[in-house]
Design a protein around this ligand. Structure first.
Ligand code: NAP
Length: 261
């Protein structure tokens, strides 16, 4: 059992935002459970990187959309560690279909919405059981600013809006036993999921970013770690946008009011 260290479980942590988050939390003293579905080798590399930096971690396979897999995953966490201090629901379970509504079929739409919620639903059920017993813990859902967008992101937007609402309900339930629940909504982050976005798209995000550069998985990971930090312990039920400042410039009615950069 890991008696002295806090334990964090990150879903879909073999690659990209999940992997960067696992490394960031490993560096902050958590024992990290690196969940993966198919990327076993990559998950082992994340574990090795955490250990090389002086931390501890383990890889754990589970399809988070499969109730039995999640039950076994969480039973393993309880048996090996006797605790769970942080759950990050990060897995990108269904790649969103970015197509116009006229081309969006019901199967693709419902698969995205169901897949988005299934992983968070099953993980949350089990995490709350452990956290209720220990009367402490944090849950963080990874959402998207697409929840508030309109356009070809329709399926993704509906899925992430539903996740935001789900997270607020869970925050209300978990508050009764001292567990905080927040959601981090990212703008575009440069990962495999967005690798095929055009250069024009990335230039657009950079032009509209406060920091004038692309958001990388490591930036996203630091934001998740911040929300997990004890300093954030008085906040629950919030959806926190981490979008490079994109929204700030969206509110500026005319860019010439303040002049170019
Ligand atoms: N990239 C962005 O621009 C962006 C923006 C806003 C929000 N987000 C959100 O951030 C999160 C991570 O995104 P990403 O871009 O890093 O995703 P990604 O590059 O597509 O990586 C997907 C990850 O999810 C895992 N995964 C998929 N289905 C799974 C399942 N059923 N069970 C367990 N793991 C599963 C994959 O694991 P395996 O490889 O092991 O199968 C992989 O590690 C997602 O929730 C996404 O919606 C991303």
């Amino acid at each position: 059992m890991t008696e002295s260290k806090r334990v964090a479980l990150i879903s879909g942590a073999g690659r990209n935002i999940g992997a960067a988050t696992a490394k960031e939390l490993g560096g902050r003293g958590y024992h990290v459970v690196v969940n993966y579905r198919t990327s076993g080798h990559a998950a082992q590399e994340v574990v090795a990187a955490i250990e090389a930096a002086g931390g501890t971690a383990e890889a754990a396979r589970a399809d988070v959309c499969d109730a039995d897999d999640v039950a076994a995953l969480m039973a393993g966490v309880r048996t090996r560690h006797g605790r769970l201090d942080l759950l990050v629901c990060n897995a990108n379970t269904v790649t969103p279909p970015f197509v116009p509504f006229a081309e969006l079929d019901w199967e693709a739409f419902s698969a995205k919405v169901n897949g988005e919620l299934a992983g968070s639903f099953f993980l949350t059920r089990h995490a709350l059981d452990i956290m209720r017993d220990q009367r402490s813990g944090r849950i963080i859902y990874i959402s998207s600013t697409a929840a508030d967008a309109i356009g070809a992101t329709l399926a993704h937007s509906v899925a992430k809006s539903a996740l935001n609402t789900f997270s607020r309900h869970i925050a209300g339930i978990a508050a009764r036993f001292g567990v905080t629940v927040n959601t981090v909504a990212f703008g575009a982050v440069h990962t495999d999921a967005t690798a095929e976005f055009s250069e024009a798209f990335w230039n657009y995000t950079v032009e509209r970013s406060v920091v004038a550069r692309r958001v990388e998985p490591e930036d996203a990971a630091r934001a998740v770690a911040l929300v997990a930090d004890d300093g954030f312990g008085f906040t629950s039920g919030q959806v926190i946008r981490v979008d490079g400042g994109f929204e700030v410039l969206d509110r500026q009615l005319h860019p010439l009011v303040e002049g170019p950069r």
